[in-house]
Design a protein around this ligand. Structure first.
Ligand code: NAP
Length: 584
């Protein structure tokens, strides 16, 4: 439907969605199914989100294939055949394209189009949204599905423009493959992207120089072709495993140990860690002992175990020392999974520069200067991460109540309610946003939960003639108090620099931005908020003069969150099948 305001054509729609990754595809599907008019926008030429852009060699997901997919549609889950234990980037992209085709979702999206601004019009309780094409839309709801790691962060290095070779960021890799044969290559950064790309480039580059700021722990991935029997068994237990994921701590249906490391002998500790090391993946953290992530002494035992593995692999003592993390607990930073990361440093064509000793001062036409040495390169790769969490939201000029800009409101870090709402920004739903579990839980089930919460909320508002919903500062303050108290029980606050708290960009660390009580508990809290009729938000009913939700408004103290999250989940488990059927 179109209307004309001040001479400009304005397209009216119920909801505008931004992003075509896991959340964006599913939210468009869900809202359309609920009968809403949806317009969706994506900067990239096609669907895929992070998997569209992160095409660097070696890109692979650290979640196992059978957990890294949608579960809302049983037949989709059963029909899609994964080829490896962990999916490669191209395989995830192929899967998301299949989903878009299967549910005919591309018709809602306008690709190669960015949302430039979204301004809330308080008089009509709608968002006025401007796209990079110049199109202006008026929507009741603005739903962001922009991911947390979608705006690459390239450091400002003086002289970058004078470099005569090529430079790239892992998060914006070109479509054409790059041949490293005969090339002198630099990789800056040793996070998950750096570890993956380093392993690949070391195979063919003439010489690879890795520039490391903070040494990293890694755990073996142990990727394999996926055994067809395992895949069949998993699919035949789809219902049980999906329920388990949905109420698990990390969005994964695996065994979680309840045994404390400190409760067993040193031999049992070693045996448990060794077994998990052999299995590979994040099970090393949660499938071995339950106190590694919360008790510093237990954590040190596990960290020493990993340090021992690095010592076994890396032959040169000086390189080994530079590569060994000693200044922070295991798991305080997101741990990369690797195939043969530390092994590459035994190769003659690989060298390591410690940026803590020799920081990069500039780029030159030939390469870059670190300390007093000029290193010459044909190709420089920045694996330097992202303007995480807030970056993609702040790229759009979002203006809320009273003309307040999200950029100003979040100047010192995100301020948001339960990962979904922002006080002062009514009818804005941020899927996987700050204060939720988006950044620390397996993405697809987390995205499904966020989408279902948002879509059910929007449908509830329509069905109750409510035209405005807004997180309050009271509820947000109490929620954040709870989130911070929970984070203090973990290792996350002890990271020296981390994209979780913005310190990766050299900024002052912010409070840890995610709920660490577990995905299942977070789901239960969200379900309780929905069951109460969203009374912890303020709402406005159509036709009323004032915001009326304040009559119902119920600020939940942190104890409420703990009580609700701890309710036995049997009833919820039983209700899952009916709920899932609703979305199929
Ligand atoms: P990241 O974890 O933030 O790592 C960036 C790396 O670059 C770090 O080693 C960082 O050092 C370094 N760095 C940043 N700025 C620098 C500067 N100015 N000078 C020198 N070094 C600098 O980014 P990422 O590796 O792209 O990964 C981000 C997240 O994306 C991961 O944690 C993960 O959640 C996700 N991811 C997942 C996968 C997967 O599933 N396999 C793959 C890639 C990414 P410091 O450590 O000192 O900050």
């Amino acid at each position: 439907m179109g209307s004309v305001t001040n001479g400009n054509a304005v397209t009216e729609t119920d909801v505008v969605v931004v992003g075509a990754g896991f959340s964006g595809l599913y939210v468009v599907h869900s809202l359309a199914k609920l009968g809403f008019n949806v317009r969706a926008f994506e900067k990239a030429p096609d669907v895929g989100g992070t998997w569209y852009w992160n095409r660097y060699p070696g890109a692979r997901c650290d979640s196992e294939s059978l957990t890294y997919c949608y579960t809302f549609d049983e037949q989709l889950f059963k029909d899609w055949v994964w080829s490896e234990r962990y999916p490669s980037g191209p395989e995830v992209l192929k899967y998301l394209r299949h989903v878009a085709d299967r549910f005919n979702l591309r018709r809602y999206f306008q690709f190669e189009t960015a949302i430039q601004s979204a301004v809330y019009d308080e008089a009509v309780r709608r968002w006025t949204i401007t796209a990079s094409t110049g199109e202006v839309l008026s929507a009741r709801f603005f739903v962001t599905a922009v991911g947390n790691l979608s705006v690459p962060a390239t450091p400002t290095v003086p002289g970058i423009d004078t470099f005569q070779g090529q430079w790239l960021h892992t998060g914006r890799w070109p479509l054409e493959p790059i041949d490293f044969t005969g090339k002198r290559v630099a990789v800056i950064g040793t996070g998950s992207s750096g570890v993956q790309v380093i392993q690949e480039i070391a195979k063919t580059a003439d010489h690879l120089t890795v520039f490391q700021r903070t040494p990293t722990f890694t755990i073996p991935l142990r990727n394999l072709p996926l055994d067809p029997d395992v895949q069949r068994l998993w699919k035949s237990n789809y219902r049980e495993l999906t329920k388990k994921s949905r109420y698990s701590d990390g969005g994964l249906p695996f065994f979680v140990s309840e045994k404390p490391l400190k409760g067993v002998s040193a031999e049992e500790q070693k045996e448990g860690l060794e077994r998990a090391w052999g299995i590979g993946g994040f099970r090393f953290l949660f499938g071995t002992f339950c106190d590694i992530g919360s008790d510093h002494e237990a954590n040190k035992v596990a960290a020493d175990f990993v340090r021992g593995k690095i010592a076994d692999i890396v032959k040169d003592p000086a390189t080994r020392e530079t590569l060994t993390p000693t200044a922070y607990p295991l798991g305080a930073k997101r741990i990369p999974l690797d195939t043969a990361y530390f092994q590459v440093y035994n190769q003659d064509n690989v060298s390591l520069v410690n940026l803590q000793v020799d920081p990069i001062s500039k780029m030159t036409p030939k390469g870059l200067v670190a300390g007093t040495t000029e290193h010459e390169f044909d190709l420089v790769i920045f694996a330097t991460g992202f303007e995480a969490i807030t970056g993609p939201l702040l790229q759009m000029d979002i203006v809320g109540r009273g003309g307040q800009k999200l950029n100003d409101t979040w100047a010192d870090g995100p301020y948001a309610y339960m990962g979904v709402g922002v006080p002062g920004f009514p009818n804005l739903l941020t899927l996987g946003g700050p204060g939720g579990v988006g950044v620390i839980s397996n993405v697809p089930p987390t995205a499904e939960q966020a989408v279902e919460f948002a879509a059910e909320c929007i449908a509830y508002l329509r069905d109750h003639q409510i035209d405005e919903i807004e997180a309050t500062t009271e509820a947000t303050d109490l929620w954040n108090e709870h989130v911070r108290a929970m984070a203090q029980k973990t290792m996350y606050p002890y990271a020296p620099s981390s994209w979780y708290n913005g310190s990766n960009l050299g900024k002052k660390p912010r409070p840890f931005p995610a709920y660490t009580g577990g995905f299942g508990k977070y789901r239960r809290i969200c379900d309780a908020v929905a069951a109460e009729g969203y009374t912890s938000f303020k709402t406005h009913r159509q036709g009323d003069k004032e915001v009326t939700g304040e009559d119902n408004y119920k600020a939940h103290d942190p104890e409420w969150y703990i009580r609700v999250a701890s309710v036995p989940s049997n009833a919820e488990l039983a209700s899952w099948e009916g709920r899932s059927a609703m979305w199929t």
